[in-house]
Design a protein around this ligand. Sequence first.
Ligand SMILES: Nc1ncnc2c1ncn2[C@@H]1O[C@H](COP(=O)(O)OP(=O)(O)OP(=O)(O)O)[C@@H](O)[C@H]1O
Ligand SMILES: [Mg+2]
Length: 1045
Amino acid sequence: MRYQGREVGAEGRVRLVMESALTARDRVGVQDFVLLENYTSEAAFIENLRRRFRENLIYTYIGSVLVSVNPYKELEIYSKQHMGRYRGVSFYEIAPHIYALSDNTYRAMRTERKDQCILISGESGAGKTEASKKILLYYTVTCPANEHMASLGDCLLQSNPVLEAFGNAKTLRNDNSSRFGKYMDVQFDFKGAPVGGHILNYLLEKSRVVHQNHGERNFHIFYQLLDGGEDELLKTLDLERNPQNYQYLVKGNCPRVSSINDKNGWKAVRKALPIIGFSDGEVQELLNIVASILHLGNIQFGEGQDGETHITTETQIRNLTKLLGVDDLTLREALTNKKLIAKGEEMISPLNFEQAGSARDALAKAVYDRTFTWLVEKINRSLALKDEVYHSSKGSSVIGLLDIYGFEVLQHNSFEQFCINYCNEKLQQLFIELTLRSEQEEYETEGIMWETVKYFDNKIICDLIEEKHKGIISILNEECLRPGEACDVSFLEKLEDSLGGHAHFVTHKLANGKTRRVMSREEFRLLHYAGEVNYNVSGFLDKNNDLLNRTLKEVMCQSDNQILSNCFRREEVIDQKRPEMAATQFKNSLNKLMEILMSKEPSYVRCIKPNDAKQPGRFEEVLVRHQVKYLGLMENLRVRRAGFAYRRRYEAFLQRYKPLCPETWPNWHGRLVDGVSMLVQHLDYKPEEYKLGRSKIFIRFPKTLFATEDALEAKKPEIVLTLQTAWRGYREWAKYQHIRRAVIVIQSAWRGTKARRRAKRRRQAAELIRRFIKGFIHRHEDYSSENDYFLDHVRFSFLMKLRKNLPKSVLDKGWPTPPPSLIEASDHLRRLHMQNIVLKYCRSILPEWKKQLEQKVVASEIFKEQKDSYPRSVAKLFLGSRLESEQINLKVIQTLGNDKVQYGVLVTKYDRRGFKARPRQLLLTGSFAILVDKTKIKQRIDYNALRDISVSSLSDGMFVLHVHNEDNKQKWDAVLHCDHVIEAVTKLAMMSGRVNHVNISQGSIRFAVSRGKEGIVDFIRGSELKVAKGRKGHLLVTAPGLGDT
Ligand SMILES: Nc1ncnc2c1ncn2[C@@H]1O[C@H](COP(=O)(O)OP(=O)(O)OP(=O)(O)O)[C@@H](O)[C@H]1O
Ligand SMILES: [Mg+2]
């Protein structure tokens, strides 16, 4: 049930939708301790931490404070996607995370335009540095980039490996323990882009340079250089790869640790240096210093017979002077003597063996410490706001990140632990003051009554340490400055004198028997807010004095190395004033830090270390309980819960729970406070359970909220349904509206188009009519612009009409009447059309029909208007033959041989003499005509011998074939009668080539009977056809007139 719904925001980033952080409470405890029912129980608190830790949920809130338990393993919760998930999401809506805190701080800075700071606290190894790196990474990845400072993100991130190499070391508690305090400001422009940064460093544990406890190491950089440095580089630095060869690296007896990869560390540092603005020369100078410290550590002294000290290690001192860039002799002198100023005169006093060793170590510590400070300043110069950005980013805001050493209790606690724990007291003060104050302020601004919560105020311990004239630091300073034999023990005595009886201060002398047993005589015990710590006073004075003898300072001032000459200023040597004591310096810088932090809005990350073995998955209850106690988490929770466990702005509360009340669902339109009031009344909140402030509702018990949350959970299906219904309805309605709008648009566009078209057509029509009328008026004039349209139209209409009414055949005489201007054209067209019809007709004629027509044409040429029976014959088709082949005697056909009968017809032959009628067959072949009587060929007339053919002009069927008979070989002319005379004569004339030799006789036809003798056939009109002998031996043929039949 943890995070379910997902929604893609406008920027496309995936954003987890608010799903109750509270509903996850059953599975993995509560995400916010404030919601813990049994909030006063430390056991319940720790159990909640443990349950979540087991599920790898290392982050839990106490209100706005983030508690983080070091998982000691890589968790998959720091990816870019995770960053995206936390961007712009409200703090409580999503699982607790360092990114949520980072984002919340960033947004608070942007929206409230107020500087913020994130205070990360916890003991060594609890994960403070890791947390600060994650916060920085979050900002560099998710914030927009300023165009002038695009590389700033890199610079910010890359400053870490360098500072860690020089300022972190392996300790028993942490393989990468920060041995300095770090406060870093990241500056953002008004658009929210990081534009600058600044680092403040606090009290580097410089004693580590010369001494390490067993199992611990010097600062990483030494090992990184020896392990990772190229052969060539080591040669120039006169270094050997084995760390065992260097006195300053052997004290802890653990040069190599499996969990630390010095080679990679070296690579990271080398990569980072140029990015944060180091030139090659500067890198070389920096490494010269690192190497020189190793050589310095190897410098040994010998004691002469007179007790004077001299240097016994020649090579080392040579290497050293070369690397430090100082004069050999002067350095030798300075290491074995010191200058004293007595009564205004300078005196040189030799150092004894021990003093020389201390001077050497002091030099090493001073050089390293000052180089570290220089390094921080160098980084600050790269991170500083560039001028152009500075001017363009007025109104910028700052987020400060404090990663400072946690409360430390070691076997042997010295001055450093004293300072570190003092720092933690101060931070606890600040924490108490700010959390209480802000809590109190909130109740005040909201006008809510609340009771004060009792908590331990550690001011008393702070005062014990820092109070003027009375505090431990003052006493220490006094002891350092006091003339006479001041020593660590005398300091302890002074403490006992001044502070004896203080509730938080004990010494061996002041302690009761039980405590005495666990304390040595050189120790004093402070009862810190976080626990008791015994401090061994040995070294306190020296460390506080922090004196590097002047002679050595002078030497360093002369160094060729730019870094060193920057670190050791000539003014310092000239200035006779004593510098501030170390503890005072630290106190002052802490007070300055408090001022910085007080001016900002704080957020807290409280880191807890689950076990001492740096092991994942191990949760040591005793250890955790101790941290919970000294981090004041229970108090924090109590304060937070004293008033009300839960508070929410009205709009947020109403927004979330409004579905639970019909009056507020789906929307409340009145004042917010009335809406909330209505809602809680409906939910039946008892008056003691809640209070309404000015802008927030305060709920006293978690169970009230849980009940509300459960009600919401139960209501959700209903809400979902309502939302779905509303949404579907809305979607459909919107779709409908969309379509409707589209339809209206289309309709109006279409109507407009139609109307425009109609108007255009009307206009055109009117114009046309006007032209038409004008043309009509001027129609008789010459073609001009006045009448062109009319005339064209008339022509056009005629042609169109003609097109539709063209005659379909030659016989169709119809033709539309043309307008005057087209008469000639019309005639042409008519002719052309006729030709066209004829042409088409001719093209489509079949061969037999063509033959028929040819014969008909010939018949027409011969007989048209010549013979009465012609018109009647026109409509009758000419047949191929009037005799079937079987009607012709076979013998006749055989006799004809190759000459095929092409036409045969029955005729009546009249004897030339006496005119006896005899039936005969007239057969036409290719070259002659024959008259056949049944089987016998009676007469054969070669076409060559055929001279003429005669017919009458009447309607009879008589025809006479006139034969050339000069040689008397032929029979004489044949007088024949045929019912198909037109057909038979036409065919004969055509076949014999005698078309022009057909005579149409009007009255009578003469024919040759025999040589010199003629016969005559007379023709007269009568009522019916009759052939008979007439007068004078003529044959008389009576034929009906034209209109008679
Ligand atoms: N969120 C985390 N995820 C995974 N490992 C972590 C996380 N936080 C811390 N660690 C592990 O714990 C080790 C110690 O963390 P870190 O150096 O941040 O401690 P610290 O609180 O800064 O200690 P010191 O006070 O000594 O500097 C880291 O080197 C890392 O291995
Ligand atoms: Mg650290």
